[in-house]
Design a protein. Structure first.
Lengths: 160, 394
């Protein structure tokens, strides 16, 4: 992917790329540390149809959602041969009982046979996380297991 | 009432009404600068209410306001941004200079203000308001637009041109002989070059010298350094404002960002007083006679900025609508035009007519600029067939 980087003197730095559908999508990293997400208009690729200011948390969450979706799709593809195995994503929200706790505390594999194969965090992937990885709000867990197992895991993560 | 009490009451009343004006400006989404100027006209010589007690305070505060305006302009850009901006956009920058300096200079010659007047008026019509342009870009959600770097690099070029122009202006205004003038200009060009070179290599050292974790110490360091450098520059006849601008360029990185944050409220206060002080010294009765010329100049220089923007954006591969947005964003003139006019008036080399014309012109352009930026596209769509660039802003 060809990401174009442009300096905006006095404001910050713009990074964007052209999608296959002809829209320019990108972010502007402002000097003060905020991020601005923008999408170009369909009839005029020079201008922005939407320009949305994001906080650091919001930008990280959006990165996880997009990256997690991609990862989950790949995993689903890989598990298609095995009947009964499903991939699902769980997000750790603020106020979750396991926020700021090591993942092992939830005992997900022991209790419902579900494996957490990756954590998406601030746009980066933590592959096969160990039980001592501490969960943060905004993390997206990519889990693999049976349908029932995953339902139980969702319940555990929500209610402890 | 004793003198101190009267001064305090007058000052309080002025600052308080500035607050009201700034709020009004925010409400209707315009730059507060024209309102400050009108406020100054209202309170000053020949205005509805004459304030005597705060003249000397307003004068010194206005000077500090100019120093802070230029210091913050320097902080905005790092030396490397200035140099790359210069490389990237020097053609557009030169076109901008020629097209927008000439109308002001020509009018000054026509009105019989001589070469000094031409030098001043040219500067006033040349320099766009980077403050208003940046605000328009942010407010209209155009930060991600493809033409935005084009606009910004022209503004960067203008600011560098300011660093060269102000010392020349100071020398011209001081009325020194041609040879002495050449010497002063030589000195200032050398100083500007040296500071840029030093800022590129050793900017972090300058930053370290003023930086402090304690915001109080940091503020005093910054302000002290700015006033010292400005005073020294002024003693060398390089212009106080340019001294502050160069200090701003030399301070870089994280220090520059926190300096901006710390100085902002101080700049807002002193710059507001500077605009008011400029208005205070202008007799409102002197404006109507020059209003016609101000309108002519406004129309012509709106068109010349439009041409500049369209040309520069076209070279950068921007489509038609983006080109007109570029031109429109550059139309606003503001703080730096008043800084130039203020220098001219303070030196006594410029007529009171010039001050009146500059006031009327900036009033028009500071209002017209943001409106043009906002409505250029709807207007363009109405005249959907390719229109001549000059037809849009008028």
């Amino acid at each position: 992917m060809n990401v174009e980087e442009t300096d905006l003197p006095g404001l910050g730095r713009r990074k964007d790329f052209m999608t296959a559908s002809g829209r320019r999508i990108g972010v502007v990293e402002l000097r003060e540390g905020q991020t601005e997400l923008f999408v170009s208009a369909w009839d005029d690729p020079d201008t922005c149809q939407a320009s949305i200011p994001l906080t650091g948390d919001e930008a990280a969450t959006l990165g996880n959602l997009l990256g997690g979706q991609h990862l989950a799709m790949k995993l689903t593809e890989a598990h298609r041969e095995v009947p009964g195995i499903v991939t699902r994503q769980f997000s750790i929200t603020a106020g979750s009982p396991f926020q700021n706790q090591p993942m092992g505390k939830a005992c997900i594999r022991t209790r419902c046979g579900v494996s957490i194969v990756a954590i998406m965090r601030e746009g980066e992937v933590v592959p096969s996380p160990g039980p001592d990885v501490v969960l943060h709000s905004g993390d997206l867990l990519v889990a693999v297991g049976t349908q029932e197992g995953l339902d139980t895991a969702a319940d555990i993560l929500r209610n402890g | 009432m004793d003198e101190l009490a009267l001064t305090l009451i007058e000052l309080g009343a002025v600052v308080f009404s500035l607050g009201l004006l700034a709020r009004l400006a925010g409400r209707i989404g315009m730059s507060p600068i024209p309102l400050y100027l009108v406020g100054g006209l209202f309170f000053g010589a020949g205005g509805l209410m004459k304030l005597e007690g705060i003249q000397s305070f307003a004068h010194l505060s206005g000077e500090i306001g100019v120093i802070l305006l230029l210091l913050m302009l320097g902080l905005e850009y790092s030396a490397s941004e200035l140099v790359t901006g210069m490389h990237r956009s020097w053609k557009g920058g030169v076109l901008d200079l020629v097209l927008n300096f000439l109308p002001g200079a020509a009018l000054a010659v026509m009105l019989g203000w001589g070469p000094v007047g031409a030098m001043v008026m040219g500067g006033i019509t040349y320099i766009s308001s980077s403050g208003i342009a940046a605000k328009v870009i942010t407010d209209l959600g155009r930060i991600g637009n493809r033409e935005t770097p084009v606009i910004l690099s022209i503004l960067v070029f203008e600011d560098l041109a300011m660093a060269m122009y102000l010392p020349i202006l100071t020398a011209t205004l001081a009325g020194i002989s041609f040879l002495e003038g050449l010497l002063t200009v030589g000195i200032s060009l050398a100083v500007v070059t040296v500071v840029l070179a030093v800022a590129l290599r050793h900017g972090h050292r300058v930053s370290q010298a003023v930086h402090s974790e304690n915001s109080e110490v940091f503020l005093l360091n910054l302000l002290g350094a700015a006033l010292l450098v400005a005073g020294l520059a002024s003693a060398l006849q390089v212009s106080a404002a340019v001294g502050a601008f160069l200090l701003g360029i030399a301070i870089s990185g994280a220090t520059a960002h926190s300096a901006t944050r710390i100085l902002e409220p101080l700049r807002d206060l002193f710059a507001a007083i500077f605009f008011v002080a400029f208005g205070l010294n202008t007799d409102p009765a002197s404006i109507p006679p020059v209003l016609g010329w101000a309108v002519v100049l406004a129309v012509v220089t709106a068109a010349t900025k439009m041409v500049t923007g369209v040309w520069a954006a076209k070279r950068a591969g921007i489509a038609r609508r983006g080109r007109f947005r570029t031109g429109a964003a550059l139309i606003a003139r503001g703080e730096f035009s008043i800084v130039i006019a203020g220098l001219a008036v303070a030196s006594g080399a410029a007529s009171s007519e010039l001050a009146a014309l500059a006031t009327a012109y900036v009033l028009l352009m500071a209002i017209l600029g943001p409106l043009a930026a906002r409505y250029v596209e709807p207007v363009l769509q109405k005249f959907s067939r390719p229109a001549a660039p000059d037809a849009v802003p008028a």
